[in-house]
Design a binder for this molecule. Structure first.
Ligand SMILES: O=P(O)(O)OC[C@H]1O[C@H](O[C@H]2O[C@H](CO)[C@@H](O)[C@H](O)[C@H]2O)[C@H](O)[C@@H](O)[C@@H]1O
Length: 273
């Protein structure tokens, strides 16, 4: 099994620190684009076949293993095949929801979500959105996808200002991602989710790693960097794609999509066993 190429001294130090004290380490992973290959229909996304076995192998070896995702937590568990992984924690909807050992905790949806749901068809019509534009209703949030449109980037750009105005009117935030604009509750993000998970543990981890592929993962990268500033060795992993380059520019390790992430997980599990 090949070890990943680590481009920075900070990243090498972070991986060494995980290997030296795995029981104190916190490892976090995004779902879509990181553990699950990107597909045209969000309901057809499934984790890479090696993801759940690798996570199951790692879970008993490290201090904490997290999935931090924009998906509803239960959806990530189902699409990932993560249900039987002891110790795995899934923070869904950018940290609003928490799943652990089959138990889900989630807040009531904000009233603005129902308002946005009602107004969205009119907004899409006003924007001249192509019929292939797809709204994924996540209960706590609404994701407007253009991946299936003939010109997905053009369709997304046409929607941007109207979706921003709808967010403003309904008290929601816009979360941009890979050919998607999400209307979701403000105040939480993957960085806050990771930080608050670590704070709740009561002690700083011996090391931290976060792997992501999309703009929503940058907040988690920020959280790892602020932990580094407090002396915690950290590793930033980018699941590389041609669609988003912002993470690769900051990452210590860039791997080739979910297959590369699974290889990294396998290599890590191997080195800790
Ligand atoms: O935080 P994540 O786990 O990365 O979730 C972010 C959003 O991912 C999903 O959309 C993305 O994946 C789809 C399936 O591959 C793809 O069709 C879409 O173009 C991508 O943007 C998901 O549908 C959203 O709900 C997540 O918030």
């Amino acid at each position: 099994m090949n070890s990943p190429h680590v481009a920075t001294a900070a990243g090498s130090g972070g991986l060494d620190a995980i290997r030296e004290n795995p029981a104190g380490a916190v490892l976090g992973f995004d779902f879509d684009g990181t553990l699950a290959p990107i597909v045209a229909d969000p309901a057809s996304a499934r984790a890479h076949p090696g993801a759940a076995p690798a996570l199951a192998r790692l879970a008993p070896l490290v201090g904490a293993l997290l999935i931090v995702t924009g998906r509803p937590a239960a959806v990530a568990v189902e699409y990932g095949g993560f249900d039987g992984i002891d110790g795995l924690v899934v923070l869904g909807q950018y940290g609003l929801e928490r799943w652990e050992s089959g138990v889900l905790t989630e807040p009531e949806p904000l009233p603005g979500v129902a308002e946005a749901r009602a107004k969205l068809p009119g907004v899409l019509a006003a924007a001249g959105a192509p019929p292939e534009t797809f709204v994924e209703d996540k209960g706590q949030a609404l994701a407007v996808h253009t991946r299936r449109c003939a010109e997905p980037e053009v369709a997304l750009e046409r929607l941007r200002s109207l979706i921003a105005a709808l967010a403003e009117r309904t008290g929601l935030a816009v979360e941009p991602g890979r050919l998607v604009l999400e209307l979701r509750p403000p105040g939480m993000d993957k960085g806050k989710a990771l930080r608050s998970f670590i704070d709740d543990r009561g002690a700083l981890p011996s090391a931290v790693l976060f792997a992501g592929d999309d703009l929503g993962d940058l907040a988690a990268f920020d959280a790892v960097e602020s932990l580094r500033a407090r002396g915690v060795p950290g590793v930033l992993v980018c699941s590389g794609s041609a669609e988003v380059t912002a993470l690769a520019e900051r990452a210590d390790v860039v791997v080739d999509g979910p297959a590369g992430v699974v290889s990294l997980l396998d290599a890590l599990a191997e080195s800790l066993s």
